[in-house]
Design a protein around this ligand. Sequence first.
Ligand code: SAH
Length: 240
Amino acid sequence: MPRFHCPAPLQTGLALSLPPGAARHVQVLRMQPGDVITLFNGEGGEFDATVTRMGRSDVEVEVGAYHAIEREAPCAVHLLAGITANERMDWLVEKATELGAVSITPVMAERSVLKLKGERADKKLAHWQGVAVAAAEQCGRNRVTRIDNACTLAQWLAQHPAGADTGVRLVLSLSEGTRPLAEAVQGQMDVTLLSGPEGGLCPAEEALALSAGFVPVTLGPRVLRAETAPLAVLAALTLR
Ligand code: SAH
């Protein structure tokens, strides 16, 4: 059944005009009155909904039964991902959402090629959030990976001092003195995961992370692409 994110209060029995994104999608699928879809608003669970009217661009539905179902991963993973080039970042957001990431902070790393500022940054964030919504619709998650405002590592740390979050902080590192992932994460603990952009984290960023309680972790002898590395960790942690 087609699933749509509908960021509005939902309640059984409610008559509702779908928000523009979902309405367009229902139009494209050429659905008819009587057809049934699934709606979720990201606050938990999902609703059946029946199409009651297909307008020229608007779609009206009646909200049906509520199902308190979640398809979340067993541990909460927050990604601090060095911003990569365009398509790679889209890919990372899509796959991370499928693999259950709770949130992603795009990190403006020293070596990030894509620089984000002002209006352009807002547009990019909205775009990435849209990618996460589409991925959640597709994969069955009723929670959408949250895309936080882009910031530098120093800015993020100023708001999240060591010890501020539950679980463990990891930095994916190619330097000496790293530990294997399985050793650094035991059980179903929550994880905040820092990874670098294509050019890697610079020494100052790595040092800053270590001083803020990030444990340096290796993924083995091969150098993984910037989008592959955090996805490998998400898969290893959430598919156990
Ligand atoms: N040219 C860069 C490579 C960066 S790879 C360099 O030499 O530093 C992009 C990011 O993926 C890295 O910053 C690191 O966070 C992560 N990464 C890639 N392969 C890894 C591995 N084998 N172990 C740990 N982290 C890795």
